[in-house]
Design a protein around this ligand. Sequence first.
Ligand code: MLT
Length: 398
Amino acid sequence: MPQPSKRLEKIPPYLFAEMARIKREAIEKGADVIDLGIGDPDLPTPIPVIEALAQSARNPVTHRYDETPRGWTSFIEAAARFYKREFGVELDANAAFTQVIGSKEGLAHLAWAYLDPGDTCIVPNPAYTVYKVNALMAGADVFEVPLHEGNGFLPELRDIPTDTARAAKLFYVCYPNNPTGATATPEFYRELVEFCRTYDILAVNDMAYGTVCYDGFKNPTILQVPGGQDVAIEFHSLSKMYNMTGWRLGFACGNADAVATLQRLKSNIDSKAFPAVSEAGAHALDHVSNADTIALYERRRDNLVDGLRSIGWNVTKPKAAFYIWARVPVQGMSSAEFAAALLEKAHVLVIPGNGYGSEGEGFVRMSLTLMGDKDGERFAEAVKRIAASGLVPQTAGV
Ligand code: MLT
């Protein structure tokens, strides 16, 4: 067999493929694993969305290629209505949107659409691995901006060297943030727009968790800020919003040139989503509320955070996304060592923070999407097992 490409050799195995392997091994050894790993909603897709799919799948029109320029018309129009309703921003459905096969696909292909060897791409550290990995595979240099508790997990733009800014073409951010659960402010977006305008950079905002917010909080969007639509593209996903990870459906919106550039690349790679899935997605965007799911995550967040605090692990309560980003409570233990010890002693799976970049070292991430939990009993069991493992000293935490 021929060797895989050199570009593929540059990248590590996908973090969640590794985590799935580790989990499989523990289960094969007989462990009852409580999986706080991947952020994959455990509740089923709402019934009205499934019914919309079934109905659309019976229409033979949906069995053929979607030959529209940017995505199935009813889906794109519903996305434009959703965006206006949710974020108060009116965007042109014909020019400012494109459909993606899940936001991961769109975020990855955007790097390929823009970056050549020698270009620079700015990414946060820690971050969802897809931004950096695809920039590297496209041959670009990657500049990582650290996210710290001290800066609210927002990049410090003034720390980016001018030469780097001049060489950069893309600047990825993600709010509500994966993995830290941090949220953005309009002030931050204003600064980012100014920075990107000054250096001619496309800002890329991953908003997969855009509607997963608690306590009445609403995360702002970069397209709400003056000038945002000139310099930014945003990615939205139905995965986390409507428990549709397996359906692979999302959209990008924002600067019309950026949207068209992404679609130009995509039209040479994929042939768009199954139109019946697009129609079901349109139904979700127009008619389905995710309020009950959010209320469930909010209860789980409170139970898990309060439970961990009660055993001496002083973790932060996030305002959005469904992740708890917690400092490793044992002095001198790395993220990976702590995660491995927790799996071994408590059969609780968490993600080591360094899986999201070097700045994630010293943290672990716990997801609120826990398969098999009904009324918080699996979260309570996780806390009990963590306490019994002896891995949390009484005064641990932030
Ligand atoms: C995560 O757990 O970071 C995400 O769920 C992974 C993904 O959505 O691809």
